[in-house]
Ligand binder design. Structure first.
Ligand code: TTP
Length: 201
């Protein structure tokens, strides 16, 4: 079976990949994350996922299967990445308060020079947030390494009124789509699942 490599420094992505029984090593990708002139959020997110996977695949030599991913929060067509500082996080959360936004996650799988990718878009609706709770949230530190300045899987879960789409994509890696891309590249993830029960009689 091919060695699987996660081209990501995100602990959330590693945790999600472990959840579906994949054995892998981590090789973070360092790519330029600037948006190209006239590029849509959809194209941006999928392009970055592909670049992350391809940069890491280019550093490896063999038959590895490399997974790259990118997540951005998109509000009224504008990409909200990770906050630059405390005030930036407060401002982003103020904009997300009481509104709906989209979380776009791209995932790409490279094997033997071939790159396949997909984009997953999830709608998330926040309730109205109060100023003191936003301040308290930003002081918790949780927003600082997350797109849109929140983590649905953490304290930020109390802001989310509704989600339509893939929860795992919001956290950073859409499980169904990732497993499908890995299978398409020749590795059905279930082949690696533990067998803890005896054969049925
Ligand atoms: C919206 C949201 C984002 N996030 C995180 C997922 C990603 O780690 C991060 C978006 O930043 P990314 O640039 O997609 O990823 P990263 O820099 O953390 O890791 P790498 O590029 O090495 O793969 O935001 C959450 O953990 N929870 C959420 O609810």
């Amino acid at each position: 079976m091919a060695d699987i490599v996660l081209a990501s420094a995100s602990p959330r992505r590693a945790e999600l990949l472990r959840q579906i029984g994949v054995d892998f090593t981590v090789h973070p990708a360092d790519v330029d994350e600037s948006v190209e002139e006239g590029e849509s959020p959809q194209c941006y997110v999928e392009r970055l996922a592909r670049e992350k996977a391809m940069v890491v695949a280019g550093r490896l030599s063999g038959d590895e299967l490399v997974i790259g991913s990118d997540t951005s929060v998109v509000l009224l067509g504008e990409i909200l990445g990770k906050p630059d500082n405390h005030d930036d996080a407060v401002a982003m959360l103020g904009r997300l308060s009481g509104a709906s936004h989209q979380v776009m996650t791209g995932v790409a799988v490279v094997r033997n020079g071939l790159c396949k990718s997909t984009l997953v878009v999830t709608d998330v609706r926040f309730r109205e947030l109060s100023e003191p709770e936003v301040e308290a949230y930003v002081f918790s530190g949780e927003p600082m390494d997350k797109a849109g300045s929140y983590g649905i899987q953490g304290l930020g879960g109390i802001f989310v009124r509704e989600i339509r789409g893939s929860y795992s994509a919001v956290v950073g890696l859409p499980l169904q789509e990732t497993a499908a891309l890995i299978a398409e590249a020749g590795v059905p993830v279930w082949e690696n699942w533990p067998r803890r029960l005896e054969n049925r009689t």
